[in-house]
Write a protein that binds this ligand. Structure first.
Ligand code: AMP
Ligand code: GLY
Length: 412
């Protein structure tokens, strides 16, 4: 089977790496890929929002199955267009992807199906949003409706800061049309975790739970990022909590999608928070998380292509995994790129380095993005896994290397 993966992050490198262990696969292609992906797949240059260009490539290279990593092509309806052409693809269609590209839609569907989530109101006029924040209590959370690359959620501690955020989103339009509509919601206090399901034929199967570290600084301080590290499974997510996630969140959501004739297939990512031992939804994403994929995929005891054929996905494994992201100093703000990366004496036993922002130029691997590498290890014991990750990081050199030293500290 010839498989095409769309994306250029460490998540997509992890998908390609998992596919490369699958005997059913003869060749792997990636659009556009990165320097790490290029070591195990053929990378083809094309923009991820040029759906027609991607279709032409899928036909030219006789691709049997395409896997979409990020949300952008899904929000543009790549799945609908591929299926119309009779091409096999993994991911939700445009209507399903709306769960991620419209937070207002996701909240509305949660309300209808009584899924636990923060109380909220939706506004598309600045003046009525300001009226509302005048007479509400703080802190509260302001979310741009559309896709903002993970930057569209802000916590307001006071009326003044709420007005300032609303002004930036709705009047200055710092996120363009994505911020013209906003969701204002209650602030929930609790422990966050990620739970991703494979959704197929009207049913769902949980992948191991994962923990993401969203803030850039140690002790969970500073700005929100795409994710600075992760581990899986989350020791404090037990069977009882998973049952609640099934019964109160994923089952009613799937029933409601079916009622609306939305035939969802693909990964569905629940960004969840445990409040007084009850799981609440902060957001849905319609794809694997990054850096969650880097720790979940090494734990799966089935092939990626099994997703296509199988109807259940047991993952009764004792294995655990942890990932630390190496970033360019300054991320998620401004940072420099083009720095040479040198890998010294790395012990690759139960360890892999997934690439994100890297390119190969004249035989050298250079940094090309904010998040550069995801150093991931797996095994039986979090303490040993964590030591392997941090030992490997000491053997990786590039100018302005930045990473958090406290990933998984609570596990040991
Ligand atoms: P989202 O993209 O909606 O998951 O929001 C990004 C981050 O903002 C989350 O991971 C939380 O840390 C925080 N957040 C979002 N919604 C809320 C909420 N209602 N209460 C508290 N924190 C929130
Ligand atoms: N790690 C969060 C995300 O992928 O959205």
């Amino acid at each position: 089977m010839r498989v095409l993966v769309i994306g250029n992050g460490a998540r997509e490198h992890a998908i390609v790496w998992k596919l490369s262990q699958d005997k059913n696969i003869s060749e792997i292609f990636a659009i556009p890929g990165n320097a790490g992906i290029a070591q195990i797949a053929k990378c083809i240059e094309e923009k991820m929002d040029n759906i027609q260009g991607i279709i032409d490539i899928a036909k030219e290279y006789k691709i049997d199955w395409t896997i979409v990593g990020p949300e952008l092509p899904l929000s543009l309806g790549i799945v609908d267009i591929f299926e119309k052409e009779g091409l096999k693809i993994w991911g939700p269609n445009k209507e399903g992807a709306k769960l991620e590209y419209s937070k207002a839609f996701a909240k509305e569907i949660m309300k209808t199906s009584k899924i636990p989530t923060a109380e909220f109101k939706i506004f598309d006029s600045f003046s009525s949003a300001v009226e509302f924040v005048k007479k509400t209590s703080y802190p509260l959370v302001i979310k741009a409706d559309g896709l903002c690359g993970g930057k569209g959620v802000k916590i307001a501690e006071s009326y003044e800061s709420a007005v300032q955020i609303l002004h930036e989103y709705m009047i200055n339009k710092i996120f363009g049309p994505s911020g013209e509509k906003v969701v204002i919601e209650e602030y929930l206090e609790g422990k966050e975790f990620s739970l991703i399901a494979i959704i197929k034929n009207g049913d769902f199967y949980f992948l191991p739970s994962a923990q993401d570290y969203k803030r850039v600084g140690e002790g969970n301080t500073g700005e929100n990022t795409g994710g600075m590290g992760s581990f899986s499974p989350v020791p404090w997510i037990n069977e009882e909590i998973l049952k609640k996630c099934e019964k109160n969140i994923f089952r009613p959501l799937l029933d409601e999608l079916t009622k609306r004739n939305i035939n969802y297939q693909g990964f569905l990512y629940g960004g969840l928070i445990l409040v007084r031992n009850e799981p609440y939804v902060l957001e849905f994403n319609v794809r694997l998380g990054d850096p969650e994929a880097q720790v979940i995929l090494p734990l799966l005891n089935f092939n990626f292509t099994d997703i296509l054929y199988r109807t259940n996905f047991p993952w009764l494994s004792d294995k655990k995994a942890l990932c630390v992201v190496l970033a360019s100093k300054g991320y998620p703000g401004n940072y420099e790129t083009g720095k040479e990366i040198i890998f010294k004496n790395i012990n690759f036993q139960n360890l892999y380095i997934f690439h994100a922002g890297t390119v190969k130029r004249n035989g050298k691997i250079l940094t090309s993005g904010g998040r550069v590498l995801s150093v991931t290890s797996w095994g039986e014991n979090f303490k040993e896994i964590r030591e392997r990750v941090y030992n490997a990081i000491d053997e990786i050199y590039f100018e302005n290397k930045y990473y958090r030293k406290d990933i998984g500290i609570e596990l040991i």
